[in-house]
Design a protein around this ligand. Structure first.
Ligand code: FES
Length: 272
């Protein structure tokens, strides 16, 4: 894990209240995996003092061919992210990472189903890029993306540029299907014939309510699924215990999302 003062390459609003920041940090980028996160300290002042966790959105290569940049997709929700949104190109930002376990990628995957809710789409872009580059037997890669409204549906063009099929749901119905992203998942799975143990894998990130439903639906189909519980993290340092989850590992064991995750097998979590 590295602590680095990194140069900001860009910081742009991609949708109202959502920003994408690119930072130059070869030490972190070259070791980062999709699903891992970085800890960001936005100021030297007492407030906000603590680092905040942000999942890695994208890992980019420099012309030299090695990974040198990471992107952070974030929503302005408080003082820290507001300060971040005002930072400019060439400003420096204090990063620590990469942290967490990231998604495991089985290179035998033939079909990958990505499910994202709101800002939960953030780690799925680097995951899609990694799946495409590593899984030579891949036949189908689909993203099911949900948000409250049109402004909460992010990165559609970036996924489509990769050749990913994208289906969208919004709660207000102003874009795509009116309803929840889990409706799209049900529809998608209903239209296919899956055998347990097939080379279909699901990867999800979003609010707990969505992940709980996804886990339930996937369990009925016998498909392997990894979920990122990053939305639960507060300190991300193992100190506050605000992120603990009950898991079936070894019977009934509490794990820390920030230390043991944020990615877990969906059938490992005991939902309260
Ligand atoms: Fe504080 Fe995990 S987020 S212990």
């Amino acid at each position: 894990m590295y602590q680095i003062l990194s140069k900001i390459l860009f910081n742009k609003e991609v949708s109202p209240t959502y920003y994408n920041m690119g930072v130059d940090c070869p030490e972190i980028a070259s070791r980062a995996a999709p699903g891992q996160f970085i800890m960001v300290r936005v100021s030297n002042q007492l407030d906000p003092l603590l680092r905040r966790p942000f999942v890695i959105h994208r890992i980019q290569r420099a012309n030299t061919g090695s990974d040198s940049q990471v992107e952070i997709l974030y929503k302005v929700v408080g003082k820290g992210t507001e300060i971040m949104s005002e930072m400019k190109e060439c400003d420096e930002i204090d990063l620590l990472g990469p942290v967490g376990n990231g998604y495991r990628i089985d290179t035998n995957i033939r079909t990958a189903v990505l499910v994202g809710g709101g800002i939960g789409v953030a780690p799925l872009l680097s995951l899609a890029e990694r799946i495409i580059s590593q899984c030579s037997k891949l036949k189908s890669l689909i993203l099911l993306l949900g948000g409250k409204g049109r402004d909460d549906v992010l990165c559609v063009e970036e996924f489509e540029r990769l050749g990913v099929e994208v289906r969208v749901a919004t709660e207000d119905g102003r874009l795509g299907h009116r309803g929840l992203v889990v409706d799209l998942l049900l529809d998608y799975l209903e239209s296919r014939d899956y055998s347990p143990g097939s080379s279909t894998h699901c990867f999800a990130c979003g609010p707990d309510s969505m992940l709980k439903e996804v886990s339930k639906i996937i369990a009925e189909k016998g498909i392997s699924c990894q979920i990122s519980l990053e939305s639960r993290m507060a300190c991300a340092l193992g100190a506050c215990l605000g992120c603990i989850v009950r898991t079936k590992s070894g019977g009934d064991v509490y794990k820390k999302v920030c230390k043991d995750g944020p990615v877990f097998d969906s059938n490992e979590i005991i939902w309260e």
